[in-house]
Structures are given as structure tokens and as C-alpha cells.
Ligand binder design. Structure first.
Ligand code: COA
Length: 447
């Protein structure tokens, strides 16, 4: 069977940054270490006044098409995953295609366009749709363009304000891909939950602590479902485990739960038993409370073992690099985690030896659904990852003062109309220019 997977990735960060420990925490009267150590965040990205989900998505897509030398008629499908859409009917993919058609000869007239919604898991779902379309033989040799783009803003004063971010990840899904092949096998954990939602409102209603519990429960179910197909996942068979990263502290928790799960009934559990005992089994306890207390004690002990810390340092920590400096990109977040992992492999000097290695990818969307699948690294991975210019983009972000941050938040609040000067100068990119006669948002390409 021909491999299908991700052939190219381009990332576009919002062009502004907020320094969380040094600018945000002092104004909130909080300890900076809540951000650096607790949540695991240094800075978050914000869109300048002329940026939004369309410009960031279109700019990422343009970089991707240019780098791969692709013409519009070589793209058979454009799917945008977002939870920041401003239009209940016309999909963001049409706005992005319209932008791209301003600068390319040819058009996307015969491409199937759509928009995927299921909170942060929809980027992965859009990749699934592309995979299925190619596997079904409906692509006529063409590639699918998947764009995960979000402006993750919370109401001012909401606890989620600490974890904001903005950016887009564009991915090309093809046969015989250069970066990773996707597994056919997938596991799901899905339940009707009320942890994070936006019922006809721009900023989310969030039960933050509940969303963390739901994340862990649905991920566990997805892992069990995945293992029911492929058999038990063994820690040493996974090079990296990129998970959805609303903030790195969430993944620190998820990593520990995952390790407990995948080491149960293994020689690793046996080896650790001398120092921390065996994992508690529910049948050995008289009540659910007693069992949960024992689990909690075991987890604390497991966290302190060298064995766990080594696994975490190799398999999880490298997936958090970009998230730490950009914040939550909702639909793009797990795709940043994959990219961070591959960047780590490139920095470690891995090349051919990394081909064939496996990533265990865990996506999550509130509401709620988790999905787990695996990806196998392909021979062209390193060249693709080294072509990214995300370090230059991050280094050139404008560093906001707290007052400027409050202005930027208002500029992107649909209920407010404020006039704020742009902080950066557009240069060879799509920009938001205003509203058209039917209240549609309008865009231009600035040379
Ligand atoms: N030094 C070190 N760590 C500190 C600290 C300090 N001075 N102060 C706080 N922390 C730690 C806390 O112990 C906590 O870590 P823990 O959960 O491991 O105990 C972490 O920093 C966050 O602090 P907390 O007080 O829990 O933050 P909060 O109540 O302001 O909100 C969220 C945190 C995640 C609930 C909030 O940001 C949110 O609602 N986010 C949006 C929803 C979300 O992202 N959900 C995730 C699933 S998708």
C-alpha cells in the first residue's frame, strides 16, 4: 500500500509577543514562576492589527506552495481547521483561496474546500479527511492542503488568558510523503462534555480545571482504543509522543499518565517495583477512594524515578519547544508539537537513522474528543524541517508592553471598534484591509 501522510509543513506565527513572566505576571500580581514552571510558558504570540486567521493561514500556505513549487491546480482540496471562524456559512478556506488567487496564475476552482470544527482536534480531523480522500483514490494525483489557524483569545480576566496564542500551521498531505506516513490505525475517546465552548460568542466559556480532567480521560480512552487494534504500546518503540499542548504543564501531566499506562504489566513495572512498588490494581482496594489515593501516591513516586524522567526528557519534553514560546494555537497546537519533536531530532544530528522511527500522536478537542494514531518518519523529513523559518519569525516578533497588549486584545474583539496603529510593517504578505459590501472581511497582498 502506498504511504500517505504529511509531505510539507509551514508555520506562521502572529507577529507580536507577550512576555508572560516579565510583562503579564507582574500586572496580574502573580509569581512569574506560575508561568515558567507551572504552566510552562515564556511568551505567547498575538496577531498584529492587520493579521487574523485568514492572513496567517494564507501566509503559511503561500510559503508552502512557493517552497514546494506547486501551482493552484495541483491542489485538489483545501480544508481549514479553526475554532476562531468569524463566518457561520462561508468557510475560511474560501477566504484563504481568494487570497492565494491574488498572487498566483491559475486558481483553485476545482479544489474541494471546507472547514472542520471540533475544538482543537479538528486539525487532525482535517488531515484524516485528506488521508481518506487520497486512500479512496479520489485525488486525481493532487495534494490536499490542510491549514490549522486560530487566534486563541480569552475574555480579559479569564484564567485562560494566561495560555493565549495565535498562529497557523499549513500542511500538505500527499502520497509518498516526505515527512511522516500516517497509520491507518486510530483510537478514539469521545463523549458529550461541557468543558470549553463558544455558543455564538467570540471568547470561550471555559471550565479550565474540568477541561484538564476531560483531556486526560478522553486521551486514556483513545489510547486504549488504539491499543485494541495494534496491541500494547511499548515505551521503547516510540521516539516522540507529540500531544495536544494547550500549555506545556498539561502535557507534563498527560505524559505521566501515559507512562503509567504503557508500562503496566511490563518488565519496566517489574524493574521499578523494588523502589516504588507495583502499580495499584483496583481489585485490591475496598473502595474507589482508597484506590485513587494509592494511584496518586504511585504517580508521585513514578514521577521521581530516573527511568520516568529519562523517558520524559527524550520522548515528551522535546515536543514542547515551540509551545513554550507561542502559547496555545488550538487546532495547530498538536502540529506544532510534532514539528518541535522533528526539530529536536534535526538538532540532535539525526538523519537516516531516524527514518522509520515512530511518533505516537495524541490530539484532543474540548467538547470532547481525543484521537491517537502513529506516524512513521520518512526519508525526506530532515530537509523539510530544516527549511522552516520559524526561528527568524519568532526572533522578529514585536514585544508588547502590558498597555499595548490590552489594545491588541481590543482590536481583535469583534464587539469593540478601536483604532490602533500597527506595531510592525507588513512585508511580502497578506493583510486584512477591512470589510466589504456584504460585511465580508477583505484582504490584499502587500509586496
Ligand atoms: N511556581 C511554580 N508553579 C506554580 C506557581 C509558582 N509560583 N504558581 C502556580 N503554579 C502551578 C500550579 O500549581 C499549577 O500546576 P499544577 O496543575 O501542576 O498544580 C499551574 O501552575 C497553574 O496554576 P493554577 O493556579 O492552576 O492556574 P489557574 O487556576 O490560573 O488556571 C488553567 C490554569 C489551565 C485552568 C487556565 O489557564 C485555563 O482555564 N486555561 C484554558 C483551558 C485549558 O487550556 N485547558 C486545558 C485542556 S484543553
Amino acid at each position: 500500500m502506498t504511504a500517505v501522510g504529511i509531505d510539507a509543513i509551514e508555520i506562521r506565527t502572529g507577529k507580536l509577543q507577550l512576555d508572560l513572566p516579565n510583562t503579564f505576571a507582574p500586572k496580574k500580581g502573580e509569581d512569574p514562576e506560575k508561568y515558567t514552571k507551572g504552566l510552562g510558558l515564556e511568551t505567547s504570540s498575538f496577531p498584529d492589527v492587520y493579521e487574523d486567521i485568514v492572513t496567517m493561514g494564507a501566509n503559511a500556505a503561500k510559503s508552502l506552495l512557493d517552497r514546494k513549487g506547486l501551482a493552484p491546480d495541483e491542489i485538489g482540496r483545501i480544508d481549514v481547521a479553526t475554532e476562531s471562524a468569524f463566518d457561520h456559512s462561508k468557510p475560511v478556506s474560501t477566504y484563504i483561496a481568494g487570497c492565494l488567487e491574488q498572487v498566483y496564475d491559475g486558481d483553485f476552482r476545482h479544489a474541494n474546500k471546507g472547514e472542520r470544527k471540533f475544538a482543537c482536534v479538528s486539525g487532525t480531523q482535517a488531515i484524516d479527511d485528506a488521508y481518506n480522500w487520497i486512500r479512496a483514490g479520489r485525488n486525481r494525483g493532487r495534494a490536499a492542503l490542510v491549514i490549522a489557524t486560530d487566534t486563541a483569545l480569552y475574555e480579559r480576566g479569564d484564567p485562560g488568558e494566561a495560555t493565549q496564542g495565535a498562529g497557523a500551521v499549513a500542511m500538505l498531505v500527499t502520497e509518498d510523503p516526505s515527512i511522516v506516513e500516517l497509520s491507518t490505525e486510530q483510537g478514539y475517546g469521545s463523549m458529550d462534555e461541557t468543558d470549553f465552548l463558544k455558543p455564538n460568542q467570540q471568547f470561550p466559556s471555559v471550565d479550565g480545571k474540568r477541561s484538564m480532567q476531560v483531556y486526560l480521560s478522553r486521551m486514556r480512552e483513545a489510547l486504549e482504543d488504539y491499543e485494541s487494534i495494534v496491541g500494547p504500546v511499548e515505551p521503547d518503540t516510540v521516539a516522540y509522543a507529540p500531544f495536544h499542548t494547550p500549555f506545556p504543564g498539561m502535557v507534563r501531566k498527560a505524559g505521566l499518565f501515559a507512562y503509567r499506562h504503557i508500562t503496566r504489566n511490563t518488565s519496566i513495572e517489574d524493574e521499578l517495583a523494588d523502589s516504588i512498588g507495583r502499580q495499584p490494581r483496583e481489585d485490591d482496594y475496598g473502595s474507589r477512594e482508597a484506590y485513587e489515593e494509592a494511584i496518586s501516591e504511585y504517580m508521585d513516586a513514578l514521577k521521581g524515578t530516573d527511568r520516568y524522567q529519562d523517558w520524559y526528557a527524550e520522548t515528551i519534553e522535546p515536543t514542547l519547544g515551540l509551545s513554550r514560546v507561542v502559547g496555545n494555537w488550538y487546532t495547530g497546537s498538536v502540529h506544532l508539537a510534532r514539528t518541535s519533536a522533528l526539530r529536536d531530532a534535526a538538532e540532535r544530528g539525526l538523519d537516516d537513522a531516524f527514518v522509520g522511527e515512530r511518533l505516537l500522536v495524541g490530539s484532543y478537542g474540548s467538547g470532547a474528543q481525543a484521537e491517537i494514531h502513529s506516524e512513521t518518519v520518512r526519508p525526506g523529513w530532515r530537509e523539510e524541517i530544516e527549511a522552516l523559518d520559524i526561528d527568524e519569525q519568532l526572533a522578529s516578533r514585536y514585544d508588547l508592553s502590558f498597555e499595548e497588549y490590552t489594545q491588541v486584545h481590543e482590536v481583535h474583539d469583534y464587539d469593540k471598534s478601536v483604532d490602533v496603529e500597527e506595531f510592525t510593517v507588513p512585508d511580502g504578505e497578506f493583510v486584512f484591509t477591512g470589510w466589504g459590501r456584504m460585511n465580508e472581511r477583505t484582504y490584499d497582498y502587500v509586496e
